[in-house]
Design a protein around this ligand. Structure first.
Ligand SMILES: [Zn+2]
Length: 280
């Protein structure tokens, strides 16, 4: 939670902004001395060329294969000139991954290697219709710039075939935590997540509702990588805080971060003990 507060304290962090640069440096400083991959490129967007910086931290395990845990760290672009700070949307999951880095640092992990990904340019560049109007551009054409680029890069360099599972965290800090059962995620992996939550005693926070979530996992799902999205898409009554200036730290709870964090760690522990993982 302290990391979430520190990220949010930089203010709005849209692509191309000075604050975005500061949070990049903040994440990189946290990872200093470790095995870090940078994926830096220029995205061609409806608002012109914008700089994108994915940050990957790699932690080796005892088994052959990789589990990716991802979170986007950019904040909503259309709200860039407001006080929008994305405490939950961008902040919560990015802070959680910083704490994962502390957990994984300096020892060989039991099970698969873990690659933590702070991906960039997840948010759509054109307004997304959160005011009730249809969005200006189809979601697939105007978002997920960073993670799609990274997937393509990993496909080219051969990394993609090492990835056993892709776990995504997004909007996981809401004090009233209800992680969705995502119909776009991989069914067997969602079942493992629910098993992990149940073992931790947190199942009441999981899967009360089933919906199809469009998020950073989709480019990996499309290429057959098993994926699970940890997202609570009911942020405030009827998702009323989502993509508004009401997305502030006071709406979050450290307990929610703990529930998602613990369940993710238990999920990778279970995956590490499975004889083999289904391909998709
Ligand atoms: Zn968002």
């Amino acid at each position: 939670m302290q990391y979430v507060k520190e990220i949010v304290a930089f203010g709005p962090r849209p692509l191309g902004s000075a604050n975005h640069r500061k949070v990049e440096d903040f994440i990189l400083a946290h990872l200093k001395g470790g095995d870090v991959e940078n994926d830096v490129f220029t995205a061609n967007t409806p608002e012109g060329n914008l700089p994108v910086h994915n940050i990957i931290a790699k932690f080796p395990g005892t088994r052959d294969g990789v589990i990716v845990i991802a979170s986007h760290y950019d904040t909503n672009y259309p709200l860039r000139n407001t006080s929008f700070v994305g405490a939950n949307d961008g902040g919560s999951s990015s802070g959680l991954l910083l704490q994962f880095a502390n957990q994984f640092r300096g020892k060989k992990l039991d099970g698969y290697s873990v690659w933590l990904v702070w991906d960039d340019a997840e948010e759509a560049i054109k307004p997304d219709g959160s005011g009730g109007l249809p969005r200006e551009m189809p979601f697939e054409q105007d978002s997920l710039y960073g993670i799609t680029h990274l997937r393509d890069k990993w496909q080219t360099d051969g990394s993609l075939k090492k990835i056993k599972a892709f776990l995504l965290a997004d909007m996981i800090g809401d004090a009233d935590l209800n992680v969705e059962h995502d119909a776009n995620s991989t069914p067997w992996l969602e079942a493992v997540v629910y098993e992990a939550a149940t073992r931790m005693g947190y199942q009441s926070h999981f899967f009360a509702r089933t919906m199809e979530v469009d998020d950073d996992h989709i480019p990996f799902v499309k290429l057959g990588v098993p994926a699970a999205d940890f997202i609570d898409f009911d942020y405030g009554y009827n998702n009323v805080y989502w993509h508004t200036t009401q997305d502030t730290v006071d709406k979050l709870s450290p307990k929610s971060l703990e529930i998602v964090g613990t369940t993710m760690l238990e999920t990778i522990r279970i995956l590490g003990e499975m004889q083999s993982l289904p391909p998709k």
